[in-house]
Every structure is written in C-alpha cells, then in structure tokens.
Design a protein around this ligand. Structure first.
Ligand code: GDP
Ligand code: IMO
Ligand code: MG
Length: 426
C-alpha cells in the first residue's frame, strides 16, 4: 500500500495537523520530511490540545510509527521539551523514531537566525527565528552535524569543529561570540543522551511497512507558497514542503506516493513577510483574524488574513500533484454575509492572469474578486454534506471547481470529529 502525502496548499497553517491526526488513526506510520520546530501543528483530541512543532501528528496513536525523517533539522532541546509535554498528558513515545541522517539544529543557529533577520532591516523575511535558515545553510555547505554523528564522540567532536569554525567566523561579523567548544559538546552530549534511544536508521522501518502493505502518511510543514523553490522566494522557508520532496526527506521511492491531500483554509492566512495578493487589511480581515483566532502557533504573531486565493491554490494543486482537497475552517465564515474568492490577478500593465507569477510581479498584482452569499448558520456541528446550508455547499463547490481537484474533506471545527467526509455524504 502506498504513501498519502498531506501538504499545505497555501502559505502555511492550513490545518495540516488536525487533518493528519484524523487520517493517522489507522495508518502504519506518519513521517515528517522537512523543516524543524518552526512548524506549529495544532491537534485537539482526547488527550487535550497540543501545538506540535517537531513530533509528527500521528504521535497520539500508539500503533502508528512516528518518524522524523532525514530531511528535517532537529533542535534537541525543543524535541525533549515536546516529548515531555505529550508524555505528561499520557501519550507514549516509544513509537517515535528519528533518522540518524537528520541534521542537528545547533542552539547557536537560533541566535544567528535572529542576527541575520536584524541585518536584513526593511527586507526581513519574518522568520520564526528558530534557526531553520542557518541549519539548512550549514547542511548544504556540508558543514553540518547529523544526529547519528553524536553516537560516536570522536567523530562528533571532529564534525563540531568544522561547524564551529564556520560559525565563529559568521558570529564575528555580527560582533557576537560562541560559547567555548567544551560547553557546546557537553550541552549536546547531555541532550542527545535523553533521546538516543529514538535515533535509528529509519529506512528499514518504512520499507518493511510499505512492503507489508501499510499506509504511510507524509506530513508536510508549511505550504507550497513558502517552498524554497516554488514559493515566493526569498520570503520562503529553507526547505521544500512540496509532496514530491517527501520521498527524499523521508526516504522511500517517489513512485509510492499515490495520494496527495492538499490542505487549505476556506480563506487564506500568512505569517511573515512577502506577497499575499488576497490580503484584507480592513475590517473583514480583522474579523477573520478574531473569529478564526489567527495567531501563529509557534511565534504568537497575528496572522495576515484574506479571502481564498484560487490562483495560488490551483498552482499548489498542480505543483504538488494534489489528488484531493481538504478545506478547513468553514465554520469561521458562518457569520459573514458575503464571502470573497480571488479568481485572478490584475497585472501592473492592466492585463489579467490566472497563473502564478514571480515574486516581484506578485507584490504588485491586484486581486480579481468574485463574491458569494454567506449562509449565516452555525456549521460547527454538521457532519454530512447534505446537512450543510445550500449557500455553503455552493461556495465549496465553486472552490472545488476553481482548484480543479476533488474536495474530499471539509473541516468545521478544530476537534477530531468536527469533520465532513464529502465522498460518503454527497
Ligand atoms: P497547521 O500548521 O497547518 O497544522 O495549522 P495550525 O495548527 O498552525 O493552524 C490551524 C488552526 O486552526 C489551529 O488553531 C487549529 O486548531 C484550528 N483549526 C483547524 N481546523 C479548524 C476548523 O475547521 N475550524 C476551526 N474553527 N478551527 C480549526
Ligand atoms: P506550519 O508548519 C506559518 C514562515 C515564517 C517566514 C518564513 C520563513 O505550522 O504551517 P523560517 O522560520 O522557516 O525560516 O521562516 O516561513 N513560516 C511559517 N508560517 N506556519 C509555519 O509552519 C511556518 N514556518 C515558517 O513566518 O515567513
Ligand atoms: Mg501551523
């Protein structure tokens, strides 16, 4: 049996965590394949409410292997804290595996991320300051430290000297200083000892599961518009949230991905800088922020809000090979009399387009709106498509038509069961 890739179809925070939590109830494994603790995936279930940063959203099911794959960057302190938090709530973590090839996100990368952001001044990316950019930079420069390196103290020390030499030079340009090598080694060794039992070669785990016919979910972080190659560069993260990257970051043949669930909100949000054509800066935008509680799960920053951007979602659907669409937060629109959809962009020269454009141009486009009547009815307890108000169904069908991908799931609240499976209820 194949891999189901769950990917963000917008600017991030689409509700991937709650969708994975729902889908993970019957699967063999959930694997995170990129990013680090910049993710904030909210999951609400019988154990409580959690903001997962590194742990895959399948962690609540003891029969599901949860893998943090080779393509991720791991902040050991953040991971230990998160394991502690879920264990305190009664969740077992002996189903958690970290690939030994994943890179260690050194504590000092966070400071470097903050220093770099400060230096960017007006052109700041608005990163989460979790050290993600530096961690991937060092990885690509072949100057990084991998999880498995810490199993061999001599080798780890040798590797850390390489990282440190480069890091020291970089810190010096900001007039900052690194802690002594011995201190770094002691800190990493102590933290690693606490999670070493989880650090393995995850290739055989996934291979055996897939060969035995189990379903595996790859859980993307962020969304297509923040993808390093296909998003709004440079206002992107330093890895690839696209579904295709799951095969690389998790370590299985690309041909195993047969189902790609793209997750999108019924409107759009973004944290951080960069173009966001469907943004609403006035009263309606504030209303969406308040009703939808749109504040960043990792940094607490107010999220920018706007109507659903069908151009971006259609682009995301193609580039990530979406086979189905999951729309979240329908209930947030319940109180609004009129609901907009961005169906195209007006270019600076007056022409219009329904295609994604480059970052420079995207900063200057104007949205072309289409408006749909609201339903002014509480949808949060509805469990079938047939029971949805007609105006809600019309809106959903229009979004489905514009994205061009079958709408399979509609979420009407943050809890596990506040969800409508469209296949069985239409
Ligand atoms: P992720 O990063 O894609 O997993 O999304 P986040 O967890 O950062 O943001 C999604 C937010 O919306 C969280 O606070 C969820 O609890 C919440 N949420 C998810 N689905 C729904 C929904 O259908 N309705 C409402 N009201 N909230 C939802
Ligand atoms: P989830 O997984 C929303 C944004 C930052 C910034 C850009 C680069 O919860 O969807 P980074 O720290 O990665 O170098 O920041 O990406 N960003 C997110 N926005 N949700 C996230 O994660 C994010 N992770 C990073 O705001 O614009
Ligand atoms: Mg999030």
């Amino acid at each position: 049996m194949p891999v189901t890739a769950v990917v963000g179809a917008q600017w991030g925070d689409e509700g991937k965590g709650r969708i994975v939590d729902y889908l993970a109830q019957k699967v063999g494994a959930v694997v995170r394949y990129q990013g680090g603790d910049n993710a904030g995936h909210t999951v609400m279930n019988e154990y409580g409410r959690f903001q997962l940063h590194l742990l895959p959203s399948g962690i609540f099911n003891p029969n599901t292997h949860c893998i943090i794959g080779a393509g991720t960057v791991v902040n050991l302190a953040a991971l230990i804290e998160e394991i502690d938090r879920v264990e305190t709530a009664g969740v077992m973590t002996n189903n958690l595996w970290l690939d030994e090839r994943a890179h260690v996100l050194l504590p000092d990368y966070r400071q470097l991320d903050a220093l770099q952001e400060q230096a960017r001044g007006n052109h700041a990316i608005g990163t989460t300051k979790r050290g993600i950019g530096p961690a991937y930079t060092y990885k690509v420069a072949r100057a990084g430290l991998r999880m498995g390196d810490l199993k061999h103290p001599d080798w780890a020390l040798q590797r850390l000297r390489v990282v440190r030499e480069r890091l020291q030079a970089e810190f010096a340009t900001f007039g900052a200083e690194l802690p002594p090598l011995e201190e770094m080694v002691a800190q990493l060794t102590t933290m690693f000892a606490q999670i070493e039992k989880h650090v393995v070669d995850t290739v055989p785990i996934l291979r055996k599961l897939l060969q035995a016919g189990a379903v595996v979910i790859s859980e993307g972080q962020l969304g297509v518009m923040r993808d390093l190659d296909w998003g709004i560069y440079p206002y992107v993260t330093s890895s690839n949230p696209l579904a295709s990257y799951a095969a690389i970051g998790a370590g299985f043949p690309a041909s195993y991905i047969t189902r790609v669930v793209g997750v999108a909100k019924c409107y759009t949000t973004a944290v951080g800088a960069g173009p966001f054509p469907a943004e609403l800066t006035g009263k309606t935008g504030e209303q969406l922020r308040q009703i939808g509680r749109e504040y960043g799960a990792t940094t607490g920053r107010p999220r920018r809000t706007g109507w659903f951007d069908a151009v971006a979602a259609r682009y995301a659907a193609w580039i990530s090979g979406m086979t189905e669409l999951a729309l979240t937060k329908l209930d947030v629109l319940d109180q609004l009399p009129k609901i907009g959809i961005c169906v195209g962009y007006k270019l600076p020269d007056g022409r219009t387009t329904e295609e994604m454009v480059d970052t420079y141009t995207l900063e200057q486009v104007e949205p072309i709106w289409e408006y749909w009547p609201g339903w002014l009815t509480d949808t949060s307890t509805i469990t079938t498509c047939a029971a949805l108000p007609e105006n809600a169904r019309n809106f959903l069908h229009r979004v489905e038509e514009l994205v061009g991908v079958h709408l399979s799931i509609v979420s009407v609240g943050p809890e596990r069961n506040q969800l409508i499976l469209m296949e069985t209820n239409t």
